[in-house]
Design a protein around this ligand. Structure first.
Ligand code: SAH
Ligand code: SF4
Length: 347
């Protein structure tokens, strides 16, 4: 019999399981607590009778993320993790320290099938989706490894969250559960390359999360050249979905814009972008593009990015430049896994 993933189960599902097993209902709460706090085997559940632990072990397993590589930045407190999952697949997370606490950037898939031209995560396509528990394990492992509590989560690591939305929604419900890690949804950001069907589905949940849209271009010609997904849902369709999302949830949207020299950073591009976003409840985050060796994109120098930022602000669009953390440790999505795969191929 194939073992089942107990760490992805809701409290209500554990309650039903306890009933089925003829166990008292309060055991469900105890087990949920252990699992959500990050136990790595059933024997750690010290208040659960050993007979029940053995029975659970016969049908279920506990998902863990094992640290394969840990890189600490010399220039700031950023720590990058490469985790190995139970089947040997590798995913990345980045732990960042801010004034207000710790934030972790987690992966939602092994690889990605969106194939954006500037991104290292999509180079080898999608291997598989992560389960809710595998997304959670990236948080609890980083907490344990550093003996800290994480207060903010961004789903901006490897993978497209909306290409794995059922597991992502399950993760969001688990991580914000008051008997779980209890990280408020207001402290969580979900980033998408623009999967419009997913934006509408997430809207139905009405979570108070922050939605980030990886826009990266002010028109379809440029966006088509950077992101294949734009052929399916173009900018007009995407912006319409964003406006609907704001109307229903009342939440501000964050637009990510990777600035690539000579591709999307002219004055005309800024004006076009300002026109597109005019009057929307939103914020623009400029990210100096991180060149990967598989493409020829160049990062503009600081002055050019500041000029682009000022132009947008002058045009009435609230814009900031994203602080780049851990630039000495490849702290950008997909870069570390890509390197690990190359090394294993070379061996
Ligand atoms: N798939 C989702 C979330 C993961 S990517 C998405 O695309 O939004 C997280 C962010 O990193 C996205 O905004 C993505 O566009 C950006 N990104 C990926 N590769 C990058 C690179 N080389 N330089 C700068 N930003 C990059
Ligand atoms: Fe996938 Fe996001 Fe990378 Fe595009 S930017 S390939 S959607 S992870």
């Amino acid at each position: 019999m194939e073992l089942k993933d107990i760490r992805s189960m809701y409290l209500e599902e554990l309650q039903a399981l306890m009933k089925e097993m003829g166990e008292p209902g309060f055991r469900a709460g105890q087990i949920f607590d252990w699992l959500q706090q990050g136990v790595e085997n059933f024997d750690e559940m010290s208040n659960i009778p050993s007979k029940l632990r053995v029975k659970l072990q016969e049908g279920y397993y506990i998902v863990t993320a094992n640290i394969k590589k840990r890189l600490e930045s010399d220039i700031d407190d950023t720590v990058k993790y490469l985790y190995e999952l139970h089947d040997g697949e590798l995913v990345e997370s980045v732990l960042m320290k801010y004034n207000h606490g710790y934030s972790v950037c987690v992966s939602t898939q092994v690889g990605c099938r969106m194939g954006c031209s500037f991104c290292a995560s999509g180079l080898n396509g999608l291997k598989r989706n992560l389960t809710a528990s595998e997304i959670l394990a990236q948080i609890t492992k980083a907490q344990k490894d550093n003996n800290i509590r994480i207060s903010n989560v961004v789903l901006m690591g490897m993978g497209e969250p909306m290409d794995n939305l059922d597991n992502v929604i399950r993760f969001l419900k688990l991580v914000s559960h008051e008997k779980g890690l209890n990280i408020g949804l207001r402290h969580i950001s979900v980033s998408t390359s623009g999967v419009v069907s997913g934006i509408y589905k997430l809207m139905e949940e009405n979570f108070p999360i922050t939605l980030s849209i990886s826009l990266h271009a002010p028109n379809d010609v440029i966006r088509d050249s950077m992101m294949r997904i734009n052929k399916k849902w173009n900018i007009a369709t995407l912006i319409k979905a964003c406006k609907d999302y704001i109307k229903v949830t009342g939440r501000r949207i964050s637009f990510e814009y990777a600035v690539v020299d000579g591709v999307n950073n002219s004055d005309d591009n800024a004006r076009e972008l300002a026109k597109l976003l005019k009057g929307m409840l939103c914020h623009v985050n400029l990210i100096p593009v991180n060149p990967v060796k598989e493409n020829t994109y160049k990062k503009p120098d600081r002055k050019k990015i500041e000029h682009f930022c000022k132009l947008l602000n002058d045009l009435g669009i609230n814009t900031t430049i994203r602080r780049t953390l851990g630039s000495d440790i490849d702290a950008s999505c997909g870069q570390l896994r890509g390197k690990a795969l190359e090394e294993s191929e070379a061996n």
